[in-house]
Design a protein around this ligand. Structure first.
Ligand code: IPM
Ligand code: MN
Length: 355
């Protein structure tokens, strides 16, 4: 996406700690905006559990249509203890991902200087890779159903749909990303091709076929269970991992812990030809709501990813450097909620100041 005069950004603070981390994310975006002359028009949307409980509305089709006019969306968190599980996840988060065809979920796994990792003897240079998760199909497609529900003969079917088009565009994005990174130039396909033979076959064939266009990139294959082991044992082996929706969901929680926790893990739901959405990977963490103790760095990093994709590379880099300064100087004790030695607000203030 090219640079613009101003950006219209949809803001969905959402539930729980969402509004607090969004407040700090916006603070940092504004500070980078002042420094680099970036203008924003923030449009606030109050979707989430509270609104659903009051009105029964999750995300109207008309609003989804309106989203197509935005330059990007920044989301806090969804999930409310009084709302039945699945309603907000499917009706809000997945509806946006699918509706805006955000077919890439990009999750960088990077250990920032000064941040503790539970992996023994691993340093920032050892943990620096990206996961490219397919984001619009696979097991998330919502296909399936019950047969004889509630009886002793009950059957539940949940299908994983993988289309040639969906796999190909995801794999191609991953090759391009690998090409642009100044690392090993190695792309790993993580799957379960030894058991999920149909989808595994489609993914592997497509991976090899698209790979012909990228002779400079080494192709690597790893079963997803083994991938988990290596992410813990030898994270330095990875440059970029590409995988299906469900596996990508699972391995990126593990990845987040290796980079210091959910407090710093950011993700981007990308439609390279359309509107993308940026979010911290963590959830709404209801028990910490309003306490000013949650780490906002994941949301701040998501804001940097947003600027990068909007074409504001320099501003994005500056935010990333400001985060590294904060962690590197030992100003933040831990990224765990309540153990930062700073409040949510103070973390946002410091990052904004370092910009
Ligand atoms: C994530 C989340 C979502 C997912 C949930 C909330 C639907 O876990 O973004 O990783 O499974 O994709
Ligand atoms: Mn997840």
């Amino acid at each position: 996406m090219g640079k613009k005069e101003g950006y219209k950004i949809g803001i969905i603070p959402g539930d729980g700690v969402g509004p607090e981390v969004i407040r700090e994310g916006l603070k940092v975006l504004k500070s980078a905006g002042e420094k680099f002359g970036i203008k924003y028009d923030f449009v606030n949307y109050d979707f989430g559990g509270e609104r659903y409980l009051k009105t029964g509305e999750v995300l109207p089709d008309s609003t989804l249509k309106e989203f197509k006019q935005l330059d990007a969306i920044l989301l806090g968190a969804v999930g409310h203890p009084e709302v039945k599980t699945g309603i907000l996840e499917q009706g809000l988060l997945l509806k946006i991902r699918f509706g805006l065809d955000q077919y890439i979920n990009l999750r960088p796994v990077k250990l920032f200087p000064g941040v503790d990792t539970p992996l023994a003897n691993k340093k920032p240079e050892d943990i620096d890779y990206c996961v490219v998760r397919e984001n619009t199909e696979g097991a998330y497609c919502g296909s399936g159903g019950f047969f004889k529900k509630g009886t002793s003969d009950e059957i539940a079917i949940q299908e994983s749909i993988n289309t040639k088009k969906g796999v190909e565009r995801c794999v191609r994005y991953a090759y391009e990303l690998t090409k642009g990174r100044n690392k090993k130039k190695e792309l790993t396909l993580s799957d379960k091709a030894n058991v999920l033979t149909f989808e595994g076959d489609l993914w592997r064939r497509t991976f090899r076929q698209v790979g012909k266009e990228y002779p400079e990139i080494k192709q690597n294959f790893a079963l997803v269970d083994a991938t988990c082991m290596w992410m813990v044992k030898n994270p330095e082996w990875f440059d970029v991992i590409v995988t299906s929706n469900l596996f990508g969901d699972i391995i990126t929680d593990l990845a987040a812990v290796t980079q210091g926790g959910m407090g710093i893990a950011a993700g981007a739901n990308i439609n390279p030809e359309g509107v993308s959405m940026f979010e911290p990977i963590h959830g709404s963490a209801p028990k910490y709501t309003g306490k000013n103790v949650i780490c906002p760095l994941a949301t701040i990093a998501a804001g940097a990813m947003m600027l990068k994709i909007l074409g504001e590379e320099e501003a994005a880099k500056t935010i990333e450097k400001a985060i590294m300064k904060l962690t590197g100087e030992g100003r933040i004790k831990s990224l765990q909620a309540g153990r930062m030695g700073l409040s949510t607000e103070e973390v946002g203030d410091l990052v904004a100041k370092f910009i």
